[in-house]
Design a protein around this ligand. Sequence first.
Ligand code: NDP
Ligand code: 2IT
Length: 450
Amino acid sequence: MIEMEKIIKQFLSEVNQKNQNEPEFMQAVTEVAETVIPYIVSQDIYYGQNILLRMVEPERVVSFRVAWIDDNEEIQVNRGYRIEMNSAIGPYKGGLRFHPSVNLSILKFLAFEQVFKNALTTLPMGGGKGGSDFDPKGKSDTEVMRFCQSFMTELFRHIGPNKDIPAGDIGVGGREIGYLFGQYKRLKNEFSGVLTGKGVSWGGSLIRPEATGYGVVYFIDEMLKASNQDLKGKSVVISGSGNVAQYATEKCIHMGAKVLTLSDSSGYIYDNDGINEEKLQYIMELKNVKRERISAYVKKYPKAEFYANKNPWSVKCDIAIPCATQNELKVNDAKVLIKNGCKTVGEGANMPCTSDAVNLFIENEVLYAPGKASNAGGVAVSGLEMAQNSLKYTWSREVVDGKLKEIMSDIHSSCLKYGSSKGHQVNYVKGANIAGFVKVADAMLAQGVV
Ligand code: NDP
Ligand code: 2IT
């Protein structure tokens, strides 16, 4: 045991040496190393191949200037990135994030997680991530369009339908994908499946907007079923109010659970009666069309309460689904959730729980699903969008939703395969990390040292 700790520590110190000032990236690597290295050491085919050391080194990192002109005719300069992390099992695939906090560390952590997540989907996709420190909040539509066009004018030379296929993430939804796609098509004179999350009339897949949120709830349902429970009647606390939070809420409502909260970066709303379909429609209009703050909810529904600058983790619930951003649920929040009787946590966001919070959940036998397993439904349906683009065909809602459900169930089974141990709660972190690792590592071994 002591020997194993030494091996892990040595590995992490080597990675840290090369990646200083990248705390989010090191956080993601540490979690993988702690679960995967003991497995590598136990398997002759992987031991001594330095596979994990190869996996933490991106195949390629592109960083570029994005200059554009705002509505006041002032010149603005942002930084754009694309991290092409791993292409062992397929072309690079992963979203673009537009948020002022975007930096190399955050995108490398997201790209690293994406490699494992995409492997878990059962579809042939490598891992990548990109974005910019551009803040779409408060910008006019034409400013967003000009930014997207400038961003794509550099990005287009690095991507392609068989090379690297970006999609949305925080701050990048249907509107941004439209502007990015338009500029790519214009530059290449080519109509292709280079991006996913496209509109349904121009190559998009039905269920892609819903997929991440629906997928999280399908995954939570699998976890509950495996411990002889179900979602019906459960109280749910959700953070965020963007794409993932909205459709997680919708699926919870469909499955008979009661959603009590939603949030944004200015605070959270608490609705003791539960957010129903009509209230959710109002939120979708508020966030996606008017682009306003979640606090407006309490003006429309005065029985609900708004708590400024707070997260929703103090609200008593059976299930928590963090759907906003990384490290939004800290160890003190985890303590409060556990004290209030929360027994299940499914991550909709990427790495929303800090490492201490995750460890506390596992120690207390909370059913805890890491994002790379539970939020994989979004990229999985992106994979299905790519398949439909290749076929030049579209599948119905029912077909895509059926495939999504099946994929979430397969991911759950993969987690059980590597995360079960007699007499213990399933460790979904260990299960997801090892299952993702095995698929990518086998491909890397077969393809030689490249
Ligand atoms: P959206 O941009 O649609 O929504 C993001 C939501 O999170 C908003 O409510 C936003 O509030 C809130 N938020 C963002 N940053 C912060 C912050 N620093 N503090 C508090 N709240 C914050 O993004 P998505 O719903 O697409 O993404 C949410 C999470 O899900 C991210 O972690 C993303 O990586 C992950 N994810 C997304 C997938 C997808 O298909 N879209 C797939 C898998 C994972 P505000 O408006 O105030 O900024
Ligand atoms: O984090 C994620 O999995 C996403 N933002 C979706 C990526 C994709 O390519 O659909």
